[in-house]
Write a protein that binds this ligand. Structure first.
Ligand code: FRU
Length: 482
């Protein structure tokens, strides 16, 4: 089927129920489908949206195009959870059904305000000449999950191009602030634009956030600010970033900066540090984070990249979300670790031995003793000629994830290996999560994370070292959540 522009933007009501049912069955029955991570009910998903706590539960939405593996007319699909691991699906929540979001209810955030959930997102509108107008929209969700009262809050000011989106709503003292990804008209550089409002209706632009680095590429998507252990962390996706500023391998990176504080009124980070890659693996983008009322800071990412095709495209579905991670700062570094409820998915505990039939749905926790180097195979066939390969060198403190021989290929032009570093000459602790076509590796309790998609034969379930290795570890099967 050819994805013409007309087809991508066909109103949802024009699609017939049989087509949708067929697409849902394709997504559900695919061997590559995730079973304990949020995944598409049908079609393509991308950014997590509206990650928040409301009415005693966590809420999360994702960008969805339900009718195929393309970036078509986007909507928000809603989930809720009491533990950030077991999610209940609540269906379509923000539909592209007004003039302001006629060409997609794009990404945004949410915050509980006076007993309702305030949603702030980008309404993607195109006029009859296909000129894009990025409206920033406010809407209110009640306790029954009904979204109403969509209102245009503001659009791009004159000095910003059509690339102006993904508002995060924040509050400090009595003032609301919103930060948005933006491209300025004069230089065509990427920025984070800061706005303020007292009443959520009247908004005023304060200016581009000074992050201590002048050139952050041509556009910034999905900016997020959270307070972590007395610091301010800015998580964002700079597109076209010069690799001299911060090195990365993916088509577009997801980066973070740690600063001492933020001065919203003067749109300035106080003492900002360098840019760091948030995830050392493949495919992580559009991470959304928020400060929860329990004092913890949580993040969740899209595992998928813009302008990238994946092997399940020919099954008409694509992408998934990461697990939720809890953020903290240790020795000036962002730590990302699984939330505690992840452990409740574990069952059927086994000691890891030299030859393991592990399934495609498990967690392995391994400690590899210092002073060794070698390879660990995951999702591998019996003779280890096919599988994900993890090369560890504890003398030099390097870990390399290699997906070049793990089945169907993804994004080979951007390299098939990714590296994380850790302290040399120490034991190496790994928590490895496998979910059919998704791998998440936590290094030393979250000092580094390597995430990635892989598309292996589902019969390839072996977990084994390629050589004699001193280690100990456990293996659990993981329950299905949805
Ligand atoms: C990032 C992004 C956002 C936009 C959304 C549209 O992946 O391009 O900037 O709001 O996806 O689906």
């Amino acid at each position: 089927m050819e994805w013409t522009r007309e087809k991508r933007y066909l109103p949802y009501s024009k699609w017939d129920a049989d087509t949708l049912l067929h697409l849902q069955a394709q997504a559900a029955n695919s061997p590559y489908q995730m079973h304990y991570h949020l995944h598409p009910i049908s079609g393509l998903i991308n950014d997590p949206n509206g990650f928040s706590y409301f009415n005693g539960e966590y809420h999360l939405f994702y960008q969805s195009y339900p009718f195929g593996a393309v970036h078509g007319l986007k909507s928000w699909v809603h989930f809720k959870s009491s533990d950030l691991v077991n999610w209940e699906s609540l269906g379509l929540a923000v539909e592209p059904d007004t003039m302001a979001d006629s060409h997609g209810a794009y990404s945004g955030s949410a915050r509980e305000i006076d007993g309702k959930l305030f949603l702030m997102y980008t309404g993607n509108h195109r006029d009859e000449n296909w000129v894009r107008i990025p409206y920033q929209v406010g809407a209110w969700m009640d306790k029954n999950g009904k979204v109403a009262d969509k209102t245009i809050l503001f659009k791009n000011p004159d000095h910003i191009t059509e690339h102006f989106r993904d508002p995060q709503i924040l509050k400090q003292n009595d003032t609301y602030y919103a930060i948005l990804g933006a491209q300025d008209k004069a230089e065509k550089h990427g920025h984070i634009d800061v706005w303020k409002s007292k009443d959520l209706k009247n908004w005023e632009e304060l200016g581009f956030l000074d992050m201590g680095t002048d050139d952050l590429g041509y556009m910034i998507e999905c900016p997020n600010i959270v307070r972590v252990d007395g610091h301010v962390v800015v998580i964002f996706c700079p597109q076209g970033l010069d690799k001299k500023i911060a090195d990365y391998d993916d088509i577009y990176p997801n980066m973070y900066i740690i600063a001492d504080d933020i001065d919203f009124e003067n749109h300035k980070l106080i003492n900002p540090g360098k840019l760091h890659n948030l995830d050392k693996g493949f495919d992580v983008y559009a991470t959304q984070a928020f400060n929860a009322p329990n004092g913890k800071v949580y993040e969740i990412s899209w595992v998928g990249l813009p302008d990238t095709t994946y092997p399940t495209d020919n099954e008409n579905w694509a992408n998934c979300l990461s697990q939720v991670k809890e953020l903290s700062i240790k020795d000036g570094k962002l730590m990302q670790k699984p939330v505690s409820a992840m452990q409740e998915l574990r069952y059927n505990e086994k000691e890891i031995s030299d030859e393991n039939k592990a399934s495609q749905q498990y967690e392995a926790e391994l400690t590899i003793k210092a002073g060794q180097k070698g390879s660990l195979y995951l999702a591998a066939n019996d003779n280890l000629t096919s599988g994900l390969k993890l090369d560890f060198d504890t003398e030099n403190g390097t870990l390399i994830l290699n997906r070049s021989n793990a089945g169907q290929k993804v994004s080979v032009d951007y390299g098939e290996t990714r590296q994380a570093n850790f302290e040399a000459n120490t034991d190496l602790k790994l928590n490895i999560f496998i979910d059919h076509s998704l791998i998440e590796i936590f290094v030393n309790d979250g000092e580094e994370v390597l995430t990635g998609r892989y598309f292996a034969d589902q019969n390839n379930t072996k977990l084994a070292f390629a050589q004699k290795t001193h280690y100990n570890g456990k293996l659990w099967q993981m329950k299905t959540i949805l």
